[in-house]
Structure formats: C-alpha cells, structure tokens
Design a protein around this ligand. Sequence first.
Ligand SMILES: *[C@@H]1O[C@H](CO)[C@@H](O)[C@H](O)[C@H]1NC(C)=O
Ligand SMILES: *[C@@H]1O[C@H](CO)[C@@H](O)[C@H](O)[C@H]1NC(C)=O
Ligand SMILES: *[C@@H]1O[C@H](CO)[C@@H](O)[C@H](O)[C@H]1NC(C)=O
Ligand SMILES: *[C@@H]1O[C@H](CO)[C@@H](O)[C@H](O)[C@H]1NC(C)=O
Length: 406
Amino acid sequence: MLSIHSLKVGPLAVLYLAQSVLGGTPKSCSSTTTLSCHNTTTVADTCCFNYPGGSLLQTQFWDTDPAVGPSDSWTIHGLWPDHCDGTYDATCDSSRAYTNISAILKASGNADLLSYMETYWLPNDSTGEEFWEHEFGKHGTCVSTLAPKCFTNYKATDEVPYYFNTTVSLFKTLPTYKFLADAGITPSSTKTYKLADIQAALSKNHNGESVYIGCTSSAIEQVYYYYNVYGSVANGQFVPASPDNSESGGCPSTGVKYLPKSGGSTTPTSTTSTGTSPPTSTPTGSFSGKGYLNAVTGGSTKGCIISGGTWYTSGTCATFTAASSGSGFTLKSSKGYCSASSGSLTCASGVSAADAAVFAASGVNLANSNGNDWYADSVPSGSTQNTVYSAKGSHGTTLQIQWASV
Ligand SMILES: *[C@@H]1O[C@H](CO)[C@@H](O)[C@H](O)[C@H]1NC(C)=O
Ligand SMILES: *[C@@H]1O[C@H](CO)[C@@H](O)[C@H](O)[C@H]1NC(C)=O
Ligand SMILES: *[C@@H]1O[C@H](CO)[C@@H](O)[C@H](O)[C@H]1NC(C)=O
Ligand SMILES: *[C@@H]1O[C@H](CO)[C@@H](O)[C@H](O)[C@H]1NC(C)=O
C-alpha cells in the first residue's frame, strides 16, 4: 500500500502518487514467482502467474499497402496471451471491452504513451482507437495478471494503461527494422531474401529463440516474438521464448520479399480527379529542412497540408521549410509563415517571421497544445480544401500531421 511518506520524496514519487490516487495499482508479487508455461505443480495465484495465457506474444506488422507508420519501423499489432501450445482464449470479459482507450490513457496521465501509439500502433483499415479497443477487448481481457482482482483499490479501467504500457515498452526493445537492417536485410521492390537469414537476424536479437515470421504472397508482413513471464504483465520479467507450436507463417524458404512501405502502393500515375492521394512519402526524419506535411487519419495517409495551411487530398503537396526557433521550429510554405494562433492552421504572407508560430513535435507528428491530434469537419474529397483546427470543438474528424522529409 502507498504510504503518505511518498509525498515527501520528490517528483517521481509524486507522479507515482498521482497515478495511484487516480486508480488502483497491481498487487505486488513475491520475487520468486514461477515462470509462465514452466510450472510443474498447480499455481493458484493467477495474478502473479499468467494462466492459462502463459505465452505472451508481442506481435508486429510490416504494412506496405496501404503503408502504416514510419518507413523505417515495423508497427505494433498487440500483446497476446496464448496458451502454451498455440491455442488461445479471446474476449474473456465483455464487461471490460472499453470503447474509450484514448480517453483512459489521457485521464490516467499517459498522454505520451498515447502519442507514441498514434505513430507506432496503427491499423491499415480503421482508426487507432478502434484498433486499440479491439486488441484490448480481444486479448487484453484475457491476461490473467491484469484481471480486476489483481489490483488494490481497483476501479474500472485501471488495468488498461498497464496493458498498453507493457506492450509499447516491449516493442521498443524489439526494433525489427533495425534487427534486419543490421543483417543487410532492407526493404526492396526487387531484392528477395532467404527465410533462414531473416530468421537468424531476428533470433540473434531474441536470446537465440526463434521468432514467428508471417508472409502474404511471399512478402513478410508480421512477426511474433514469444515470451514467458515471471510475475505480472504489469511489471513482471519477460523471458524470450520460441514459438510453442508449429504454425507456419507461410513464407517460402527462398525468394522472400520485404517490400518498401513507400513503393508498395499502386498509386495511379495518370492525372485524375477521383480523390486519389497526392504522391505521399511515409513519415521520415524530424522537422528540419524541407518536407511535406502528410495528413493521417484513421491510420492511413490521406492527402496533405497545402501552402495556405488547409487540408487537401487530391493535388500536389506543398513543400514546407522547418527552421529551428526557440524551443521548437517555425514552418513556412510558399505563401508565408504558418501560425495556429487563431485556432486554425494558416500559412500566409501576412504572418511575419516574428509572428510565426513556434511549433513543437513528437517524433514525426506536429503537436499543438492539446497533443498530436488536429481536427477538421470531414476528410476533404475532390477539390475541397478543409480547415485544420488545433482544438476538437465540434469538428468530427481527427487527423495527425506528419513530417515527411523531401
Ligand atoms: C500449472 O498451473 C495451472 C494453474 O494452476 C494448472 O492448471 C496446471 O495443471 C499446472 N501445470 C502443471 C504441469 O502442474
Ligand atoms: C471509460 O469507459 C468506462 C466504462 O466503459 C468508464 O468507467 C470510464 O470512466 C471511462 N473513462 C474515461 C476516462 O472516460
Ligand atoms: C491490412 O493488413 C492485413 C495484414 O497485414 C492484410 O491482410 C490486409 O490485406 C491489409 N488490408 C489492406 C486494406 O491492405
Ligand atoms: C511501463 O513499462 C515499463 C517497462 O515494463 C516500466 O519500466 C514502467 O515503469 C511502466 N510505466 C508505467 C507508468 O507503468
């Protein structure tokens, strides 16, 4: 239990206190818990021993068409508690199929985690929020160590930040793109690889354990890193493991493709007014030099910001110049400096260098005082340009604005 002394020992303790006061905390586990999937007798306390889902899989996507996430990173699919034999339970508690994951993370002081998820944990076919709801409802509710009874002073949703934080923390230790690049395996629309070389590059970074590699049409698109766990998923120790079943990922042994995210889509090259996205690049680099401001909504890039600061989905993206200024950077288009002071993004000759907004960023995302989300009344189509707002107000469409260096 939290002691009042925590109040006196500095900022970290206060942060911890803030979180604890807002919600319950996982009950502590003894330092000698049994490794999941490795018990030789019955273990009664499933708050400190993941059961029956003792295999925890950190699963990742390489989505090229449509491309999702930075071009030099895999993205998160989820964290799945499988039985120790490849079977699994799903949707274990419909009363905890929350439909407000973003709000839960914000309210529990995890806005940074949420903003990371907005770049690295996105689907190719719906919004981040819907994807996170699906992952938590289907898999998170089956993690025995995150059950309500495993918390002291539990109140609804207390377990949610732990599921997402642990998943993101694990993912950060598993930079698949780098693991492969270090072995000379990089995305290419022409080159192919041997499955054994891909396997070796990943296994080397997973304590020698095998990693599940999934292919579609001979192209790699998913990896699953298996773990067994001492203690709780909230704060336990994850031990690398090999897949506990013989499921094949469907990859051929040779001729495995690793397609680039940018080159994976078949954007029509003829002139068109059917609302096709302008030539977009996947987010890269940080806000400096020249780049496009891609508009991302529902996890997909849909158009970009054009020179006046409005959002457009069929045309040529404007090139912006980002220059460091104060604690952030200014943005300038051919029209002039950009500002967001009136609540909407505007770039115009009337904005002098002195009045230009100093923007902040979180990775490739352009930030405003509320975080990484920007808003519009709808996704523009055809030749319509929509105003982009920094506050939600009554604007029903959420987007992120992501830098793509050119
Ligand atoms: C491991 O623990 C679970 C949960 O208590 C139990 O059902 C299972 O039989 C145990 N396995 C072995 C080999 O004892
Ligand atoms: C999220 O929804 C749950 C009920 O499904 C509710 O108990 C909780 O208060 C909500 N949290 C926030 C931050 O809106
Ligand atoms: C989304 O990704 C899944 C899994 O990688 C893939 O099977 C599916 O075809 C993709 N959807 C689209 C619309 O590309
Ligand atoms: C998030 O997870 C990491 C790794 O397990 C841990 O060190 C950190 O304390 C966690 N943060 C919160 C707020 O639970």
